[in-house]
Design a protein around this ligand. Structure first.
Ligand SMILES: Cc1cc2nc3c(=O)[nH]c(=O)nc-3n(C[C@H](O)[C@H](O)[C@H](O)COP(=O)(O)O)c2cc1C
Length: 314
């Protein structure tokens, strides 16, 4: 099933049109379970459990807890990921409902996952990347707009959605700073089927985030977010107070020119993600640290209020 029929089917299984974005280190199996139980698509990176065996145990636990609710596992499909084959085996064995691929996905991998019953999504920051994803047959395209947490895009969501929706009839997700009900509705109005939400869940009780990190998410606003490619070679958004706490001057960060991409920081930059914390510009809408289910309850109410304000049926 593809296109509008797939979008309608997925949406019919959800309480509101939202998928959680997988977050390195921060997303846990407990977070995925809480997200699914509250009625959105939960997700986590395959690399968060410390081994492929731990991933196996986590996915078994998630499957048991959420029944036939859709959830997603994020695989880094790059030669530098030494766990890729072992993690892929686990994902195939469990017939994970949705796989979000990052980096160097190829037609064979997409086809293998789909033949095994998974839907395959991939994130993009440009229309050109989206066209490549369509060419290799993905089921869902995730447009990552400017201001997103983690590795960010730099395009306005208006530009991204306008360009991709002009030719892509398949499932489209939009991410970047979406944190309240009005923004979820706005993503739909722009043409996305689902909003893709990451940073607000950094303040969830079930997330693997330190108290100081949660505090920065709750107290921070868009003005606290700094974009730099100096840690991974690719633009990513980090919390200014966290850079300062680590002895770095945000104004002095140098752009990395021609640096090899190293997605998890690694080497000299091993502090990125672990101690230098990432978040997107939408954190100004995060009101408190709380269980993920409470945030999603609020988001559902806020979304219903946004629809009512626009005189749209609930
Ligand atoms: C701390 C952090 C870690 C992230 N790690 C990953 C990751 O491992 N894989 C991935 O596909 N996206 C990752 N992302 C991106 C999210 O899945 C999602 O695209 C993004 O958070 C959406 O933007 P928002 O944070 O403004 O809601 C990460 C984001 C954050 C904030």
């Amino acid at each position: 099933m593809k296109g509008r029929a797939l979008a309608a089917l997925l949406k019919s299984k959800l309480r509101l049109p939202v998928m959680a974005g997988p977050m390195f280190i921060a997303s846990t199996a407990d977070l995925v379970i809480a997200q699914c139980r509250a009625g959105i698509i939960g997700s986590m990176p395959a690399l968060n459990p410390r081994s492929s065996a731990a991933l196996d145990a986590d996915i078994a636990r998630i499957g048991e807890a959420v029944g036939d609710a859709p959830y997603a596992i994020n695989l880094v499909a790059h030669a530098s990921n030494s766990r890729l084959e072992a993690d892929l085996d686990v994902v195939l064995r469990h017939k994970v409902p949705i796989v979000v691929l990052a980096l160097a996905a190829n037609r064979d991998l997409v086809a293998r996952l789909q033949a095994n019953g998974s839907l395959v999504f991939q994130d993009v920051i440009k229309d050109r990347h989206a066209r490549k994803c369509a060419e290799i047959g993905v089921d869902g395209i995730i447009g990552v707009g400017a201001g997103a947490g983690g590795h960010t895009g730099d395009l306005s969501p208006f530009a991204l959605c306008q360009e991709i929706r002009a030719w892509w009839d398949g499932l489209l997700l939009l991410s970047g700073c979406i944190a309240n009900g009005r923004s979820v509705l706005a993503a739909e109005v722009l043409g996305a089927d689902l909003a893709y939400v990451g940073s607000p869940f950094l303040a969830s009780d079930e997330a693997n985030t330190q108290p100081g990190f949660r505090r920065m998410i709750v107290e921070g606003t868009a003005a606290d977010i700094v974009t730099t490619n100096c840690f991974t070679g690719v633009d990513a958004n980090f919390l200014r107070p966290s850079l300062v706490e680590n002895g770095l001057d945000p104004a002095q960060l140098k752009r990395a020119e021609g640096k090899a991409i190293n997605i998890d920081g690694g080497g000299d930059n091993a502090r990125a993600w672990k101690e230098i914390w990432s978040a997107g510009q939408g954190i100004g809408a995060v009101r408190r640290a709380e269980p993920a289910g409470d945030y999603i309850d609020w988001l559902a109410q806020d979304y219903a209020a946004a629809r009512a304000a626009m005189r749209m049926p609930a």
